[in-house]
Design a protein around this ligand. Structure first.
Ligand code: AKG
Length: 461
């Protein structure tokens, strides 16, 4: 270790795995945003809570910033290390610690991959219901840091509903054991909830106790083609009133074009501006008839133009691929991503305003809309035209984001629904949070991390 700070760390924690090879710095220093050039000081891979605490104490003394790191699948730059930070990767702390059949909780280390959590829960006849396309790579710690949402929020809520307890190393190195799996705990501020969604700026999650639940009854998956946005909202209201929805996801014809070009199979012929993949509980004939009746009513009202219902698990997976494959299919176009939310009722007016604004100011840019319409959450990807340089493209997208932030403010929405603020959205935090709220958030950060060593530059400018 040529850097004296790293030599000191290695001396204090002789068993700590430390990486300094250029390839490792590059690999661990970036997340899925790919916009920043990684430049971390080193990568630390602790194997125990004591090592995490030791690193945090060292960082406070040496004034080295730490970037807590999981699967690095984030889309807001929250796990980027571009300024000589120490990346603290939790990937070696990836075990199931225990299962409690009475409490129906699974206690895990933070580096465990979401899909492994799903498998472990299924092994006990239960489910952990937070789910999204990056399930095979993202870590549970990262999902907690961003209060991840995903495709089943409409039925189960966000990550914060499913965290029964958290062990956290705060920015001052103290180990906090928050809520300890309790269902009821009316004893003051819920610091566990404060940690969830704090993007690694208050503490490092070193253990999480997750609530599990019963698997849902058998479900069915339907793809719908819709003629306009108004129809989308009417069909959502109709299906929600009649069925037990597990998911209600939308995408546009532009998104479909990209996902088909990327190998997904077309399921509905013809041109339609909007599509929905919906999954609903259909345990018995009555539920299936209700679904058919809702579909027919939608068709009679002119709100549904066409639809298919999956007849097998393979077909259901193929329909889901049309929605879940969108992010991957857009990746070659270097998309600039936005992830916004408004109240469901405000969606049509917000979309109308935003689409007319973009049509007027940027008639030639390719914008792809998709997302969790049933949660009021839209993903907006602006695709990079070949003709624009990276720098000009980012400048243009920053302007689009400014328009978006202003429009969201008028509609009472949020600039980040489920991806977090990170680096990407920190300049727009004020469009969603008042000055008083931001001042209080800064104050909270100061209490947990007095020297500002945890993920500095993320969340706040
Ligand atoms: C989703 O597909 O739900 C995502 O969160 C990814 C959004 C994106 O790629 O912009």
């Amino acid at each position: 270790m040529t850097d004296p700070r790293l030599a000191d760390l290695a001396r204090r924690l002789p068993d700590l795995r430390l990486l300094t090879d250029a390839g490792d710095l590059e690999h661990y220093g970036r997340d899925w945003t790919r916009r920043w050039t990684p430049a971390p000081l080193a990568i630390a891979l602790p194997a125990s809570v004591e090592e995490v605490q030791g690193i945090v104490h060292w960082a406070n003394e040496q004034k080295v910033a730490i970037v807590p790191s999981g699967g690095r699948t984030g889309l807001s730059g929250g796990a980027v290390a571009a300024h000589g930070e120490l990346v603290l990767s939790l990937e070696r702390m990836n075990r199931v610690v225990g299962f409690d059949a009475v409490d129906r909780t699974l206690t895990v280390q933070p580096g465990i991959v979401l899909e492994t959590v799903h498998e472990a829960a299924r092994g006990h006849g239960l489910i952990y219901p937070v789910d999204f396309a990056a399930r095979g790579s993202c870590s549970i710690g990262g999902t907690i840091a961003t209060n991840a949402g995903g495709i089943r929020v409409i039925r189960y809520g966000n990550t914060r509903e499913w965290i029964a307890g958290l062990k956290v190393v705060a920015g001052n190195g103290e180990l906090l054991d928050l809520n300890r799996g309790l269902i009821k705990n009316s004893s003051g501020y819920d610091l566990r909830q404060l940690m969830i969604g704090s993007e690694g700026t208050l503490g490092i999650v070193v253990e999480a106790t997750l609530r599990l639940t019963d698997p849902p009854p058998a479900s069915q998956v339907m793809l719908l083609a819709l003629p306009n946005m108004d129809a989308l909202m009417r069909v959502f209201a109709l299906f929600r009133a009649r069925l037990s929805l597990q998911a209600f996801e939308f995408f546009t014809d532009v998104a479909l074009k990209h996902v088909l070009a990327h190998g997904a199979q077309r399921a509905i012929e013809g041109d339609h501006p909007y599509y929905v993949v919906t999954e609903f509980e259909a345990a018995d004939e009555r539920a299936q008839e209700a679904a058919l009746a809702a579909f027919e009513q939608g068709v009679e009202q002119g709100a549904i133009s066409d639809g298919v219902i999956a007849q097998s698990d393979a077909q259901a997976a193929a329909l889901w691929r049309l929605r879940e494959g969108i992010t991957e299919s857009l990746a070659p176009h270097k998309p600039y991503k936005n992830d916004v939310s408004v109240r469901i009722g405000a969606l049509p007016a917000f979309l109308h305003d935003m689409q007319s604004l973009l049509g007027r100011e940027y008639p030639h840019i390719d914008v792809v809309w998709f997302g969790h319409i049933g949660d009021g959450n839209l993903h907006i990807n602006v695709l990079k035209p070949e003709s624009l340089s990276d720098a000009d493209f980012i400048a243009q997208c920053e302007h689009v984001t400014k328009l978006l932030a202003d429009t969201l403010q008028r509609h009472g929405g949020s600039i980040s629904a489920e991806h977090g603020i990170g680096l990407v959205k920190r300049a727009y935090l004020e469009s969603t949070r008042s000055a008083a709220e931001i001042a209080l958030m800064r104050g909270v950060r100061q209490v947990f991390d007095p020297n500002g060593i945890l993920n500095p530059g993320k969340l706040f400018v």
